[in-house]
Design a protein around this ligand. Sequence first.
Ligand SMILES: [Zn+2]
Ligand SMILES: [Zn+2]
Length: 112
Amino acid sequence: MTNTDHQDIWAYESAGCAPTEWERWIDQVESRLGHDVDGDQAEDGYSLDGFHDMWKQGVAPHDAAASVRPARTCRSCGCTDYAACDTIVGPGAWRVTFDDGPGICTACPAPS
Ligand SMILES: [Zn+2]
Ligand SMILES: [Zn+2]
């Protein structure tokens, strides 16, 4: 047997392996999101670890995907939904939001 033959057999065998339940689950989440699931929890609002926790809790793939929203960014200070300014009313509040996404957070003065 040549070395190439051996590699072909290895590839065939590993492709024939059934994916684990977790792999099938995260594949469904990823295809619903339409982008990579390996984000930064603080900046993107999702991470592979976070998804793994949801999977362990029995969350359905479409619910896990629906929990991910694109972060809105404050046009004034640059904070986001997931890294919001601390204000007297707590983080994550928006003074103004615009139709095309980003807004002005409650820590910033309203635009004139
Ligand atoms: Zn702001
Ligand atoms: Zn802010």
